[in-house]
Design a protein around this ligand. Structure first.
Ligand SMILES: Nc1ncnc2c1ncn2[C@@H]1O[C@H](COP(=O)(O)OP(=O)(O)OP(=O)(O)O)[C@@H](O)[C@H]1O
Ligand SMILES: [Mg+2]
Length: 258
């Protein structure tokens, strides 16, 4: 689906789910440097797929290849080394409430590297600046707005300079200006840090702004895939419904301020 090149993620005939499959026969590949949107209605299986792609939920069938290696067929150490080249911002931000922003974001560096403490502090400071949170190092997550917490989660997911980042609904529920800021941050991740991105989103504005391609999931599998323009022009009722329903809505409830 990417026309060749350096494939960072490939799923082949992948089935994911729990007692029963949620998505089946997923064939998907993402090339280095791409931003690919993963779309679909609530409950269609986007977060379940991400769990499998980041090593947390073994597939029911099929394979996941990360950087050309079969993730679930590797010994645990090798699998973890491969996963250390990825970063994930989960749908719920998963920041530790009793730790400052600085400590939350430093966590992967402290756990997985031997970078000296003063360098860790500097790296965290720079990453906070990149996501628009300069100067908030000493705040607790509870002292941040929803938009700021989302940015903090992106900072933590990116602190090890991953080659590939997964983001599950990075701008859901944010007002349009804040959501646009998150889009800008994701584009910076690619431009400045060279990160390839797989982004789950419902926000059409955001998808149009950041994504090169999109994959739409429905009815237990991939329903359509292509560029955003191709999908917008699709007459498939499911695809049409998704794009035109979202397009008619305001970008999201302005329930979470900066
Ligand atoms: N831990 C779990 N055990 C069993 N079933 C689950 C579990 N987590 C999710 N599911 C079910 O799997 C299906 C897909 O859920 P998932 O969270 O992947 O959807 P989603 O596309 O991310 O939805 P949303 O857009 O609302 O986040 C749903 O039917 C859900 O109820
Ligand atoms: Mg989800």
């Amino acid at each position: 689906m990417t026309g060749g090149g350096d494939i960072v993620l490939a799923c082949r005939d992948l089935s994911v789910g729990y007692e029963r499959p949620v998505l089946e026969h997923v064939d998907l590949s993402i090339g280095r440097g791409e931003i690919v949107a993963l779309l679909g209605g609530s409950g269609c299986g986007k977060s379940t797929l991400l769990r499998t792609l980041v090593g947390l939920l073994p597939p029911l069938a099929g394979t996941v290849e990360l950087f050309g290696r079969p993730l679930y067929e590797l010994p645990l150490d090798d699998r973890n080394r491969l996963l250390a080249r990825t970063g994930t911002a989960f749908q719920q931000d998963a920041l530790f409430g009793s730790m400052t922003l600085e400590d939350n974001i430093a966590l992967p560096l402290c756990e997985l590297t031997r970078v000296p403490a003063p360098v860790v502090a500097e790296m965290v400071r720079m990453r906070l600046a990149l996501v628009g949170l300069a100067g908030l190092e000493h705040r607790l997550p509870g002292e941040l707005s929803g938009g700021q917490r989302k940015r903090a989660a992106l900072a933590r997911a990116s602190i090890l300079d991953p080659e590939l980042m997964f983001c599950d609904e990075p701008s859901a529920g944010l007002d349009p200006a804040v959501a646009a800021g998150i889009d800008e941050t994701l584009l910076q991740f690619r431009a400045v840090l060279g990160i390839t991105l797989a982004v789950v989103s419902h926000e059409l504005e955001s998808i149009r702004t950041i994504a090169d391609r999109a994959v739409l999931f429905a009815d237990g599998g991939i329903r359509a895939a292509g560029t955003i323009d191709e999908l917008s022009r699709s007459r498939d009722p499911e695809v049409f419904g998704f794009f035109h329903r979202v397009a008619e809505r305001p970008r999201g409830p302005a329930s979470i301020a900066t």
